[in-house]
Design a protein around this ligand. Structure first.
Ligand code: ATP
Length: 261
């Protein structure tokens, strides 16, 4: 059984005029798979992710997780956004522990897990720091740790590294790869960045111009574990050329739709 099943999904935001964001989206995601959603700006990637998160509802079609319909947010589907909205008055440790505490767990139960999580994301020395004392990359590490401490089955990531400088971004991509290798949870990752999608994903779904559907699915069979050294391999460059071609097509399609409107 697929972990995430999206069948004939459409989404129209009400308004004058209404905005048709998604149309005929079909996608099955297996347990433990890493899928990247790649597409032109404004095509509907975040809308699709928000539907999977349960923050938005689809207007047509069905979306299910482990065979059950997605109707609202749930702890089995953790979300990581571009900016980790951390609580500024809590330390790194308490930000990561927050969900467990709210769920009624006592400190002696979650402390070893929070410490292990902080070690995994390289923040042990910052466990008592406050968010204002952290760099953007460190804040995202806290965001990822905070999501994983709830032991989700899927991680839904919306351009999580989009606001980071190039060097930090590469470090975070490698960190995410190592975490995913260890936890093997399903990841759905929204990005504009072709290199990022190829480096991380098992499969890239190139989305069409709005209203978005999945224009093309490309399996990335580069061997794992991957690292940033792969960015220059001939296989990587060949994937990049293929995807750039698809993206250009999606962009031209968007221009034509805009001109016709
Ligand atoms: N709450 C909303 N109400 C009305 N329209 C919305 C809403 N959220 C998104 N939209 C519109 O839906 C379309 C798709 O937006 P969405 O954010 O899903 O695209 P995206 O591909 O994630 O864009 P980007 O890559 O620029 O973040 C856009 O035209 C956007 O303006």
């Amino acid at each position: 059984m697929a972990n995430i099943e999206i069948r004939d999904v459409a989404k129209t935001y009400p308004g004058t005029p209404p905005v048709r964001a998604l149309d005929n989206v079909d996608l099955s995601i297996a347990e433990g798979e890493f899928v990247a959603l790649l597409g032109p700006s404004g095509c509907g990637k975040s809308t699709l992710l928000n539907i999977l998160a349960g923050f938005e509802s689809n207007t047509e079609g069905t979306v299910s997780f482990d065979g059950g319909p997605i109707a609202k947010p749930g702890p089995e589907r953790a979300v990581v956004f571009q900016e980790a909205a951390l609580f500024p008055w809590l330390t790194v440790f308490d930000n990561v522990a927050f969900g467990r505490r709210i769920a009624g767990s006592v400190r002696s139960n979650f402390e070893p897990e929070v410490n292990a999580m902080l070690e995994m994301v390289g923040l042990t020395d910052f466990r008592n720091a406050y968010p204002s004392q952290l760099s953007g990359g460190m804040r995202q590490r806290v965001g990822i740790a905070r999501a994983l401490i709830m032991q989700p089955r899927a991680l839904l990531m919306d351009e999580p590294f989009g606001a980071l400088d190039a060097q930090t971004r590469l470090t975070m991509q490698e960190l995410l790869l190592s975490i995913w290798q260890k936890h093997k949870i399903t990841v759905v990752f929204v990005t504009h960045d072709i290199d990022e999608a190829i480096l991380l994903a098992d499969r890239i779904c190139v989305m069409s111009a709005r209203p978005a559907h999945i224009a093309r699915e490309i399996a990335i069979t580069l061997p794992r574990p991957r690292s940033i050294d792969d960015l220059t391999s001939p296989e990587f460059v060949a994937y990049k050329a293929e995807i750039m071609h698809e993206m250009r097509h999606a962009h031209q399609q968007a221009r034509r739709k805009a001109d016709a409107a």
